[in-house]
Design a protein around this ligand. Structure first.
Ligand code: S3P
Length: 172
């Protein structure tokens, strides 16, 4: 069933709260593949949280770290890669991720995203802006970039983890 994926990475992209981390956990177990999470790599490297990186050094510094990490993992094969919500907003990251990867965009409505991230204190971009309006505006700004780099789009509203994952494998 996974034949057409050969050695390709499955690269999960999409807005915060679209389910990238949850789905990557499931897919990595179900397919027996190694899981890579760009935010986790950044945290390990800096030995602090994403919030602290944003607060102490700013977004640009974070984005540069993100690009470094993406470039380092771009030669990996057979992995499930979970990106940060802003990773594919830089073209160099897209090129690196596409080298060995199929880009899967997970989509969700602003309302769904809000429910999923409401109690999160680890999203600096949403700090003080935890509302549907802000989420919708930012999603609208980003959606063209997301759509234009995606090989596959999977909607995640009102779906189970298993059915989302199955859909990814079927479409890939
Ligand atoms: C970001 C999303 C976050 C994290 C950082 C910036 C964004 O990842 O990389 O806070 O710009 O959308 P998640 O999408 O996993 O929350």
């Amino acid at each position: 069933r996974f034949r057409c994926l050969k050695n390709k990475n499955i690269v999960l992209i999409g807005f915060m709260g679209s389910g990238k981390t949850t789905i990557s956990d499931y897919l990595s177990k179900a397919m027996g593949r190694k899981k890579i999470d760009t935010d986790i790599l950044i945290k390990k490297r800096e030995k602090c949280s994403i919030i602290e990186i944003f607060e102490n050094y700013g977004e640009e510094y974070f984005r540069n770290l993100e690009s470094e990490v993406v470039s380092e993992i771009s030669d990996m094969k057979n992995c499930i890669i979970s990106c940060g919500g802003g990773t594919v907003l830089r073209h160099e990251n897209v090129e690196n991720l596409k080298k060995n990867g199929i880009i899967v965009l997970l989509s969700a409505k602003p309302k769904t995203v809000l429910i999923r991230v409401k109690n999160s204190d680890s999203r600096p971009i949403l700090n003080g802006n935890m509302n549907e309006h802000f989420i919708k505006e930012l999603m609208d700004k980003r959606s063209f970039s997301y759509m234009s780099v995606a090989d596959i789009v999977v909607d995640t509203d009102n779906k189970s983890i298993i059915s989302i994952s199955d859909e990814i494998i079927d479409k890939a």
